[in-house]
Design a protein around this ligand. Structure first.
Ligand code: FAD
Length: 443
């Protein structure tokens, strides 16, 4: 493609979507001295955004040094747990450390309206123009097909740019319109989950007593085995004066089950291991949102002439069982997108070739390195065995191990395991092959 010959655009960069990816992209592009517009359909950043509630902010060390002094935080996560459930059992691996309760911290719970507002304010302070209440409705292109800007729902709302950075979230109409998903195998629904979440108010003192926390310390719990026949999982996170509880459900599995998502969530809330933690809590908010959970193999092309795509819009959310992280990947991808845009504009080449540095930066960073290493995990986590059989198997083993059944002698672990495997219909060869996949991915 020849170098750009269009009339001078209104902005160097138009970023679509003021979520974490968009604000990071706008921040980095504005810092590089570019003129930047950050368009957001909501009345303010975060107005429409949903997530479970935990941010792992390490990437902010690079983007906003000393971020923990300024970021709006509910609690610092000092306790992380993974809980396996059957209808009547619960096996929890629970880890806590005081180290995560002091700088540079590990993770935090935060409200999206506050977090997204703060991130967007950083982009504005760097010189980006935030334009809320503005929905982008399509792409502008020149005769050669190069992206040259966006159409918006404002009267006369076309906005031209040297580069468009699409950070418009899980359903990215812009990435689809640009044809970036053309080569992704399968239908989008197969790579997508529905997250439903409730925020429940509880007094601060009650939260601290129930979850064994002090001060600003917080706990996050990931749950497996709580979604019945529907592939998925659950979560429970502590805020200062509320807890967030939710389930994440495969869209295809949910449709096939005929179940209502709120009924699945109600089931989790009633589980004997969860109900005591929520007793007396008052419902403050119910929300639902899609999550791109297909990982590396479901990602679109990341670049076309005049356009980059970052964050959930490029399926960069990491959903790997014990990890449900998307904000940090969105922040990283947005930052590299903003940087790549600046490099391309400085070089006078905003074509696909001029933007290839973006993919390279992502491959060299945690964003694509993690996704590449964990590419088999979404398949493993959503498999029938991990969803249905293993939680029961491990709970049975734990129950056998901890049951005192005198005068019978105590059974050995091997016998407990083989008995539980038989009862739960788990074959040794499947266990070994899943253990191999897990070790290759997580090891
Ligand atoms: C139930 C649930 C639980 C989750 N839990 C966690 C968690 O605990 N921790 C974590 O890190 N991640 C979690 N995630 C994932 C996380 O929310 C996403 O990965 C992250 O928000 C992606 O950021 P983003 O900026 O790419 O997209 P988004 O945050 O979705 O932002 C997209 C932005 O674009 C705007 N937009 C969309 N279309 C247009 C348009 N046409 N014009 C203008 N603006 C537009 C939207 O309003 C929005 O502000 C969870 C997600 C869900 C749904």
């Amino acid at each position: 493609m020849p170098p750009e010959t269009n009339p001078v655009p209104a902005f160097d960069v138009v970023v679509v979507g003021a979520g974490p990816a968009g604000s990071a992209a706008a921040l980095e592009a504005a810092r590089a001295g570019l003129s930047v517009a950050l368009l957001e359909r909501g009345p303010y950043p975060g107005a429409k955004n949903v997530y479970g509630g935990v941010v792992y902010g390490r990437i902010l060390d690079e983007l906003v040094p000393g971020w923990w002094e300024h970021m709006p935080v509910q609690r610092w996560v000092t306790r992380r747990s993974t809980m396996l459930l059957t209808d009547s059992q619960a096996l929890t691996v629970d880890f806590r450390t005081e180290d995560w309760g002091r700088p540079p911290y590990n993770g935090a719970t935060a409200f999206r309206a506050e977090l997204d507002g703060w991130l967007a304010s950083l982009a504005e302070a760097a010189g980006a123009v935030l334009v809320p209440s503005t929905t982008v409705t399509g792409l502008l292109r020149d005769a050669a097909g190069r992206v040259t800007g966006v159409r918006t729902d404002r009267p006369g709302g076309d906005l031209t740019a040297r580069i468009v950075i699409a950070c418009d979230g899980v359903n990215s109409f812009l990435a689809k319109e640009a044809g970036l998903f053309a080569q992704v195998p399968g239908k989008q629904a197969e790579h997508t989950s529905l997250g439903v979440k409730e925020t429940l108010a509880l007094p601060r003192k009650v939260i601290e007593e129930r979850f064994g926390l002090t001060g600003r310390h917080g706990q996050d719990i990931e749950v497996l085995g709580c979604t019945g026949d529907i592939p998925g999982g659950g979560f429970l996170y502590t805020n200062l004066e509320s807890v967030s509880v939710g389930v994440v459900l495969s869209v295809v599995g949910l449709a096939a089950s005929g179940e209502r998502p709120e009924a699945v969530l109600a089931g989790l809330k009633e589980h004997p291991a969860i109900a005591p933690l929520l007793r007396g809590a008052e419902l403050k908010e119910y929300s639902a949102h899609l999550i791109p959970e297909g990982g590396y193999d479901s990602m679109p092309e990341l670049v076309t002439d005049g356009m980059l795509v970052a964050g959930d819009a490029a399926a960069m959310c990491l959903a790997a069982g014990i990890w449900l992280e998307g904000v940090n990947y969105a922040l990283g991808a947005g930052m590299y997108a903003g940087r790549s845009a600046a490099v391309a504009i400085a070089a006078g080449d905003t074509s696909r070739a001029g933007l290839t540095g973006y993919r390279r930066m992502l491959e060299e960073s945690f964003v694509l390195a993690d996704h590449r290493r964990l590419r088999r995990v979404p398949g493993l986590v959503f498999s029938e065995r991990v969803q249905q059989s293993y939680p029961g198997l491990l709970c049975d083993v734990a129950q056998g191990f901890f049951t005192v059944d005198n005068p019978r002698p105590k059974p050995g672990l091997r016998r407990l395991l083989s008995g539980a495997a038989r009862r739960r219909g788990v074959r040794l060869r499947h266990l070994l092959s899943d253990a191999f996949t897990g070790t290759r991915s997580f090891g």
